[in-house]
Design a protein around this ligand. Structure first.
Ligand code: ZN
Length: 202
C-alpha cells in the first residue's frame, strides 16, 4: 500500500480516537516501515510472500509492546508500536489475494448475495492462516532488484512476471482497478479493530 493510503486509512480509522499530534505519531511510525531496505529484508512486515505466521508474530510482538508502553504511561512508544503493527495489518489487504478471493466467492454466489462480498463493506480476514487458498504476493529480492533498473527493469517485467508476484497482483494504488477501493475499506475496518483490541486491555 502506498504511503498516502496508509496515511488515509489510519486517519479515517483512528481520527476520532486521537489528537492531531498523536495521530501523526501513529502515521509516521506506520509509513516509516516502507524504507527500501526494510521492504527487502523483512517481507513479513508487509505481508509479502508466504510468511503469514511471521507477519502475525510481528503484529503480536508490536501489540504487546504497545500494551506494555500504555501501561507504563509511555504514550509515544505505545502509539509508535501501534503504527508499526498497523502497517503490517493494512498491507495484508493490498499484498494478499484476500480481496480477489472474497470478490470471486461473492460472484460465484450471485450478485444478489452480499454475505461474502459487499464492495462497500467488505469482510475482513480475522485468521489469515485459516484458509490455505489465501496467499501473499511474492517479491523475491533479486528479481525485484532487476525490476527497478531503469529501462531494463520494465522489459524484464514484460518477459517474466509470475501471476503471484507483487508486481502482478498488488493493490497498492488506484491504478490496480475496482478492488483497490474495497481493500482500503477492509484495511480501515481492521485498523479500528486492532485499536479497540489494545484499548480493551487498558
Ligand atoms: Zn509496506
Amino acid at each position: 500500500m502506498k504511503e498516502e493510503y496508509h496515511r488515509q486509512v489510519t486517519a479515517e480509522a483512528l481520527g476520532d480516537q486521537l489528537s492531531h499530534e498523536e495521530l501523526e505519531i501513529v502515521i509516521q511510525a506506520n509509513v516509516g516501515q516502507d524504507g527500501v531496505w526494510n521492504w527487502l529484508t523483512t517481507p513479513e512486515r508487509h505481508y509479502d510472500g508466504r510468511f503469514f505466521a511471521k507477519a502475525e508474530a510481528y503484529i503480536d510482538e508490536e501489540r504487546a509492546r504497545a500494551v506494555d508502553a500504555f501501561h507504563r504511561g509511555d504514550r509515544v512508544a505505545a502509539l509508535q508500536a501501534m503504527g508499526r503493527l498497523l502497517h503490517t495489518r493494512q498491507d495484508f489487504y493490498s499484498h494478499s489475494n484476500w480481496m480477489q478471493h472474497c470478490a470471486a466467492k461473492g460472484a460465484a454466489k450471485g450478485a444478489a448475495n452480499t454475505a461474502h462480498w459487499d464492495a462497500a463493506d467488505p469482510a475482513i480476514c480475522l485468521d489469515t492462516q485459516a484458509d490455505p487458498q489465501i496467499f501473499g504476493v511474492r517479491a523475491p529480492f533479486l528479481i525485484h532488484a532487476l525490476y527497478v533498473i531503469p529501462i531494463l527493469g520494465p522489459l524484464i517485467k514484460r518477459i517474466y512476471l509470475p501471476a503471484d508476484y507483487h508486481e502482478a497482483m498488488h493493490l497498492d494504488d488506484p491504478s490496480r482497478g475496482p478492488l483497490f477501493a474495497p481493500s482500503l475499506v477492509a484495511a480501515r475496518k481492521h485498523t479500528r479493530l486492532e485499536w479497540e483490541r489494545v484499548m480493551s486491555t487498558l
